[in-house]
Design a protein around this ligand. Structure first.
Ligand code: FAD
Length: 426
């Protein structure tokens, strides 16, 4: 059973399984495989708590950060993967602990609007959307989905809205996505707190260091998400018990354990497992305009496009959202998400759609800034991993939660094992 203080600390993250062998806490040397945000944060959290344990962080690439990286060109700035975090005190605690508070800002509260583009029109996504779906329909679906193992389109009985939501989070259509995985509180997955959620939420709100986030806002870093990765790397560099090995990879936990001469229970896997399940690939473009040329584009968070015959699944208004600058003065920057399942690789096609969706004017900047792969989380996924035996230590977004709030909170829960606190009793 989790205590009230655990729910206040971790919120709904406690509904997700924590695949950690309790034996890990008796290790004298821990190997963490995968140097993305998950591996980095876990290394930092354990190392600062237990200077007596030596930690090796292993990354197959030539730099740390995993899918996180920030593209810059003069004053233009855009993230390739995550660009902001939704509120969770674990993220705020990490930012505070690593001394990054001054570079961490709430998003622009005035530009929370989101739209769905369908049949040639943008439809606002707001509380009225629930009325459109029908509150009774929603209640019926929520009750049905609480049986567990169903998809998001069974939870949200409106295909356009359901697809838009899952595309915005995991770049997949709602029928392919596990409702428990994406919305565990709605489906009441896993354990439930003894108190009403509204009262826990009020208490959580009082625990944020730095600043209390306003409803509907997100927060981000000056200079993009790589600011977080760089600072974590810097702080880890100051800890004498952590060693980083770049350009090194292992096939599995057993191989890493043999290499370091440690038990397999001392290896924490913070990386994807090759060919474990399908994934979705997407390309990321940036397009920047003079402000006057996109006057008709309303300020907001962005537009999701569920129609599969349009190659673009989402347009994010980067320079509207963030509390720090993303474009030169007098300009606006948009990030364009292009799933490969909808696109044959012709950049000119994207340019043409952008003319239709944003502006006919010539952009000041238009560039493909990279590609990313997002793991799939098919219906029944969270039940399946929750019911599987814990044979190895496994963390990160390729396993039990897609967002950075998940990987950052999970790192703290793992570190709690080293004090035998809440994270370990799952
Ligand atoms: C396009 C996109 C948009 C996103 N938007 C958001 C968002 O808005 N909000 C949000 O919260 N999250 C978002 N995310 C998710 C967020 O980026 C992830 O939750 C987080 O970055 C995952 O970190 P990780 O360390 O678990 O995984 P990764 O970043 O994938 O890191 C895993 C690391 O392991 C390394 N590795 C792999 N195999 C091996 C091996 N065999 N040996 C050694 N090393 C290995 C890899 O090179 C990599 O560095 C988005 C992601 C993408 C791609």
């Amino acid at each position: 059973m989790y205590l009230l203080q655990d729910w206040i600390r971790y919120g709904d993250e406690l509904r997700r399984p924590l695949h950690i062998l309790p034996k890990v806490s008796s290790s004298s040397h821990i190997a963490i495989v995968g140097g993305g945000l998950s591996g980095l944060t876990t290394a930092y959290r354990i190392a600062e708590k237990r200077p007596d344990i030596s930690i090796t962080l292993i990354e197959k690439g030539k730099s740390l950060g995993g899918v996180i990286s920030t593209w810059k060109d003069g004053e233009w700035c855009c993230d390739l993967a995550v660009n902001a975090t939704r509120p969770h005190p674990a993220v705020w605690r990490l930012v505070d602990d690593i001394g990054l508070g001054e570079k961490f800002h709430p998003s622009n509260h005035a530009v929370r609007r989101r739209w769905i583009y369908e049949n040639g029109k943008s439809h606002p996504l707001n509380p009225l959307t629930a009325i459109k779906i029908g509150p009774l329909n929603i209640l019926r679906s929520i009750n049905k989905v609480r049986k567990g193992g169903l998809s998001v389109d069974q939870l949200i009985p409106n295909k356009m809205i359901a697809d838009a939501m899952t595309l915005g989070i995991v770049n997949d259509t709602a029928a392919n996505v596990d409702a428990d995985f994406l919305f565990p509180r709605l489906t009441r997955f896993g354990r439930n707190p003894a108190k009403r959620w509204s009262s826990i939420k009020r208490k959580i709100k009082q625990t944020y260091p730095l600043f209390t986030p306003k409803r509907g806002t997100v927060a981000s870093f000056e200079g993009g998400m790589s600011t977080l990765v760089n600072q974590l790397e810097k702080q880890i560099g100051k800890l004498p018990n952590v060693k980083i090995l770049l350009n090194t990879s292992f096939e599995n936990t057993g191989q890493a354990a043999d290499f370091f001469g440690i038990p397999e229970s001392s290896v924490i896997w913070a990386a994807p497992v090759n060919n474990e399940r399908p994934s979705n690939k997407l390309s990321v473009f940036v397009i920047g305009y003079k402000e006057a040329d996109v006057k008709s584009v309303k300020k907001g968070y962005g537009t999701l496009i569920p129609e599969s015959d349009i190659p673009i699944s989402g347009i994010l208004h980067e320079s509207d959202i963030h509390g720090s600058r993303r474009a030169p003065i007098g300009h606006r920057l948009f990030r364009i998400m292009v799933p490969h399942s909808r696109w044959d690789g012709d950049n000119e096609e994207i340019r043409q759609y952008v003319r239709e969706l944003l502006s006919n004017a010539d952009p000041v900047i238009f560039e493909k800034i990279g590609e990313r792969t997002i793991p799939s989380y098919p219906p029944g996924y969270l039940s399946k991993i929750s019911n599987s035996d814990i044979s190895i230590n496994r963390i990160g977004w390729s396993f039990s939660g897609v967002s950075i709030t998940h990987v950052i909170a999970e790192a703290e829960r793992v570190a709690d094992f080293f004090n035998n606190k809440a994270g370990g009793s799952a």
